[in-house]
Design a binder for this molecule. Structure first.
Ligand SMILES: *Cc1c(COP(=O)(O)O)cnc(C)c1O
Length: 447
């Protein structure tokens, strides 16, 4: 029936499609972040060089049986996606799936499940590992919304949190009880740039888990947003789960929000079920720029930003109006030895990252100088922009005590080391001299 009233019929290419383009043994991670595991079952557009943005809420199913099978898999809490059955975007989706494969690969985890934001990912990681009556141990200083999640919302669900200083393994040993199911922290800590020794935490938890039954184990969850897998891979150091705000360093361009949970095989089904039912799925239109621009350029961006961060940190350390600087790359960081051990790039080189925290010298109790410096930069700065968020091409500056961590009660901020005169910097890819010039001129106003 090649000719009909409707004209020539289309001949489809029915040759079998290659299932997998194999990732060769020994491929460098930089190359993997560009090429990923594609071509995979998640991408059979063989002739695209750039993976397409898919935009289809629903999927054509061959028959009722296949539709039923797909629904049973995603509803069971045990789905393992080798060749996923696509049904509906919120359940699973190929552009997001390709991103998930790359993130799992670079963090060295079994699986990755992506969410609409970092907070959606953090809620999911905690949501599947905690239930009413359970306890969570977390570091006392946390990203402001994570702090709010566990102090405002979890008590209503009868989940309690012990906020301790996780730099001290003895405190952790004392804080874990029969009801503890999670140990949660960021390292470097936002915004103080303190570090937590992942391997030391893992050793304490390993000893606890040795004596526990399946289902009662403690999971270590690390928020790796600041370091990114370029600078640090927590799973290799003994953590069980990694969470990310893809909005920051990994997305890298400041155009899209996203979140990710990288977890062992046993948790994948629960994460997919959680995403299906709570609904915070990463939109494929947001997954695409992270896949196509963010991840492939992550090593280049971080390397450049880190070199500049070292120069900026050294400038600040030598400045008479600056009280102290916390950058893991400075020899006088109180945990420099740990930084050198724990923060290593994909080739094993020291990788202290692109984030800096510093405090201005103040004459009185009020943080006058830090506000003056930041406000001068907000109005007159060229390379530095007053804005929250981090990990973009542009360098960003903010006052955590007055801005991102303002929701944390003042006495908790003080306990957590977030000083009223503290300033956080996210170093971009400008020339470091231009970042330093803005800081120098802003600091001239300090009394
Ligand atoms: C921004 C951030 C989050 C939350 O991510 P969103 O994408 O904004 O929801 C979590 N943890 C850290 C360390 C962050 O910087």
């Amino acid at each position: 029936m090649s000719q009909s009233r409707r004209g020539k019929s289309i001949r489809l290419d029915t040759k079998p499609k290659p299932k997998h383009r194999k990732v060769p043994d020994g491929v460098a991670m930089e190359s993997f972040l560009i090429h990923g595991p594609s071509i995979s079952e998640k991408w059979d557009f063989r002739h695209h060089v750039i993976p397409p943005i898919s935009s289809s809420v629903t999927y054509r199913l061959e028959d009722t049986e296949r539709g039923g099978q797909g629904f049973r898999e995603y509803a069971s809490g045990e789905a393992h996606r080798t060749a996923p059955i696509y049904i509906y975007d919120r359940l699973d989706e190929p552009t997001r799936g390709m991103l998930e494969d790359e993130l799992a690969g670079v963090e060295g985890g079994d699986n990755c499940v992506c969410f609409a934001t970092g907070m959606a990912a953090i809620s999911a990681a905690l949501g599947i590992t905690l239930k009413a009556g359970d306890e969570l141990v977390a570091h006392k200083t946390l990203y402001g919304c994570t702090y709010s999640l566990i102090t405002n919302w979890y008590p209503k669900l009868n989940i309690s949190a012990r906020l301790i200083d996780l730099r001290d393994a003895a405190q952790l040993e004392r804080a874990i009880t029969q009801r503890t199911r999670c140990v949660y922290f960021e390292t470097p800590v936002n915004p103080t740039m303190e570090l937590i020794d992942i391997a030391a935490v893992a050793e304490v938890v390993r000893r606890v888990n040795e004596k526990r039954k399946e289902g009662e184990k403690v999971y270590i969850i690390v928020d790796n947003t600041f370091a990114t897998p370029f600078c640090q891979r927590p799973l290799a150091l003994g953590a069980h789960v990694v969470v990310h705000s893809l909005t920051k360093n990994i997305g890298g361009f400041g155009t899209d929000m996203g979140g990710a949970v990288i977890a062992p095989h046993e948790l994948e089904g629960q994460l997919l079920l959680y995403r299906k039912d709570f609904g915070g799925a990463l939109a494929p239109k947001s997954a695409w720029p992270i896949l196509v621009y963010g991840l492939p350029t992550l090593p280049l961006r971080l390397k450049k930003q880190q070199e500049s961060a070292y120069e900026v940190a050294r400038f600040l350390r030598g400045h008479p109006k600056v009280k102290r600087v916390a950058y893991p790359g400075l020899e006088d960081h109180p945990q420099f030895a740990l930084a050198k051990q724990q923060m290593r790039d994909l080739h094993g080189e020291f990788a202290p990252g692109n984030m800096i925290y510093f405090e201005t010298i103040e004459k009185g109790a009020e943080p006058k100088n830090s506000v003056k410096v930041v406000d001068w930069i907000a109005k007159n700065g060229y390379a530095l922009t007053l804005a929250v968020s981090l990990g973009q091409l542009r360098s960003l500056i903010e006052n955590p005590g007055a801005m991102t961590h303002a929701a944390v009660p003042a006495e908790k901020r003080a306990e957590g080391g977030i000083a009223p005169n503290g300033i956080r910097l996210s170093i971009g890819i400008e020339h470091p001299d231009d970042i330093i010039r803005d800081l120098e001129r802003g600091l001239e106003l300090a009394e």
